[in-house]
Design a protein around this ligand. Structure first.
Ligand code: CDP
Length: 247
C-alpha cells in the first residue's frame, strides 16, 4: 500500500483505471514449455506481467545436509529481472521481498507435491519475472504450477493464485501495480481447486470478515477461468501433435 499523499482515484465512474469491472481479471495467456533443459516450464502474460517458470529435478538434493531421507525437498527461487520494472529497477534482485515470495511459493507447492515419492531428492522451482505490474507472486505460482504439471512430478492439485483488494467500499479482483500501491488493503491468495484448499493467504491492510468473504468469492469465481487456462496450456502441445497426425 502506498501513502495516502498524492493518492490517485482508483475508481472513476464505477470503473477501474484500466477500464475493468471490480471483479474482472486482466487478460491472461499461459503457454506450457519453452525451456529445453527444464523438466517442465511455462510462460505467462497476465496484464502487463510477463513471467517464466522452470522446474528442475527431482534430483539428488545437494548439498547433502539439505536432504530429507523421508521425502523430497522443494527449493524455490523467485526473482525479478533488473529491467522488469523501469521505475524501481534498482530495488530488484535478491532482497527481503524476493526471499519472502520464494518462501511462500515453496510452501504452496510443498502442500500439493507428493514429496514422499522422492526421498533424498530436491525439486527446484525457478520463477523469473521479466516484466512486472502488480500480482507477480500470484502470476509466479500460477505459472510454476503449469511448469510442475508439465514436468510430470505428481501433485494432488494444480494450484492457481490471484489477489483481491479494497478500494473505498469496493472489493476488486487481480490488482495491478497502481491498485496494489494505493488500495486500502490487498490480499494475495493461492488455492487448490480440487478441494478448494487455501494454500497461501497474505494480507496487507485491514479487511472485515465480510470483505474477506466477498474477496474469496471473487477469487474462487476467477479461479474457474485461471484453472481452465492452465489446463488448456497443458493440453495444447498434445493437441498440436494429434492434429499433425490427423487425416
Ligand atoms: O508483485 P506482487 O504484487 O506479488 O508483490 P508486491 O511486493 O506487492 O509488489 C507489487 C508490484 O510493485 C510488483 O508487481 C512490481 O510491479 C512492483 N515492484 C517493483 O517494481 N520493484 C520491487 N522491488 C518491488 C515491487
Amino acid at each position: 500500500m502506498g501513502s495516502s499523499a498524492n493518492k490517485p482515484e482508483l475508481i472513476v465512474n464505477g470503473k477501474r483505471l484500466d477500464g475493468r469491472a471490480f471483479g474482472e481479471l486482466r487478460p491472461l495467456k499461459i503457454v506450457a514449455g519453452g525451456l529445453k533443459n527444464a523438466a517442465g516450464s511455462a510462460y505467462l502474460e497476465w496484464g502487463n506481467n510477463k513471467v517464466i517458470a522452470g522446474v528442475y529435478g527431482p534430483k539428488e538434493a545437494l548439498p547433502k545436509h539439505t536432504q530429507d531421507p523421508e521425502k523430497a525437498v522443494v527449493k524455490c527461487k523467485y526473482s525479478m529481472a533488473p529491467f522488469s520494472s523501469l521505475e524501481e529497477h534498482n530495488r530488484s534482485g535478491p532482497n527481503r521481498r524476493a526471499i519472502e515470495i520464494s518462501k511462500v511459493t515453496r510452501e504452496v507447492f510443498e502442500k500439493v507435491i507428493l514429496l514422499e515419492d522422492f526421498p533424498g531428492s530436491e525439486i527446484d522451482i525457478y520463477i523469473e519475472v521479466l516484466q512486472s505490474d502488480g500480482g507477480t507472486r500470484a502470476a509466479g505460482i500460477t505459472c510454476a504450477a503449469v511448469a510442475l504439471a508439465m514436468s510430470g512430478i505428481p501433485m494432488t492439485d494444480l494450484p492457481y493464485a490471484t489477489s483481491v483488494g479494497k478500494v473505498g467500499d469496493h472489493m476488486i479482483l487481480d490488482l495491478n501495480k497502481i491498485e496494489d500501491n494505493y488500495s486500502d488493503a490487498d490480499m494475495p491468495v493461492a488455492i487448490g481447486p480440487r478441494n478448494g484448499e487455501i494454500l497461501l493467504l497474505q494480507m496487507d491492510g485491514t479487511l472485515t470478515k465480510q470483505d474477506i468473504k466477498e474477496g474469496m468469492d471473487l477469487i474462487r469465481k476467477a479461479g474457474e477461468t485461471i484453472s481452465r487456462l492452465q489446463r488448456e496450456a497443458l493440453r495444447a502441445p498434445y493437441e498440436r501433435i494429434s492434429n499433425k497426425y490427423k487425416n
